[in-house]
Design a protein around this ligand. Structure first.
Ligand code: SF4
Length: 228
């Protein structure tokens, strides 16, 4: 890890650069030891397109909880075909049946933090343990918890660099890029979804609600445990 001062200097420099420049810097600096993590939200689709323009062999992975929407699985195939990339699929060590046998049926309804730990955080920790940096699609304006995200920061939870090329982007920026470059996106957005995760924990967002209000509706949970 670099010193905090050196990191702040890099962050200050890259803060003013385009997302593509940040991605180029990340690939040059970390090579095969950096990977984009995506859940195939609109922001992820933007970064996938940008990375594919730079290097179709850049590493991109997703956490397959076995509970994603059919539309998301469809989008994965569409993106691979469009951009000639191959996504690394990471799954939980527990099948859904094994999870139900150990923790009971529909764990997400009773203990979503435990479910996210098993199906997202543990698989993420495994892949991040082999990397020096990861790239995420988070934006500052998505939630108050993400408002302090830097373009380059130390991820103290997983102990590696975390790169957020879209940290300063607005939702409008994301959709403008998608339209301008005809980037494939999850068709659920057209039905009123604003943030799309696992099927049991994602609902429609009403006018006036914040972007991630449809996730874990009815509970205080706002994050999977990947970004803290
Ligand atoms: S988002 Fe819901 S279903 Fe998906 S891993 Fe977390 S609790 Fe489980």
């Amino acid at each position: 890890m670099q010193t905090t001062e050196a990191l702040i200097e890099v962050d200050d420099e890259l803060n003013l650069e385009s997302a593509e420049t940040v991605l180029r810097w990340a690939l040059q600096k970390f090579g095969r030891d950096v990977a984009l993590a995506t859940g195939f939200g609109a922001e992820g689709c933007v970064l996938i397109r940008m990375l594919a323009e730079i290097d179709t062999n850049a590493r991109i992975f997703y956490l397959d909880t076995d509970l994603l929407f059919p539309e998301t699985y469809e989008l994965i195939k569409t993106l691979e075909a469009r951009y000639g990339v191959r996504f690394e699929q990471r799954t939980s060590r527990l099948s859904l049946a094994a999870q139900a046998a150990s923790y009971g049926e529909r764990l997400w309804e009773r203990e979503p933090d435990v479910c996210c730990q098993l199906r997202k955080v543990d698989p993420l920790r495994e892949i991040l343990s082999g990397l020096r940096a990861w790239i995420t699609a988070i934006r500052r304006e998505q939630t108050p918890a993400r408002a302090g995200a830097r373009v380059v920061e130390q991820d103290r939870k997983f102990e590696l660099f975390k790169i957020n090329p879209l940290a300063v982007w607005s939702r409008h920026d994301v959709w403008r890029y998608i339209k301008e470059h005809d980037v494939p996106y999850n068709q659920l957005y057209d039905l009123g979804y604003r943030s799309i995760g696992c099927q049991p924990c994602t609902t429609l967002v009403q006018i006036g609600e914040e972007e991630r209000a449809g996730r874990w509706r009815g509970s205080k949970k706002t994050e999977c445990g990947l970004h803290q």
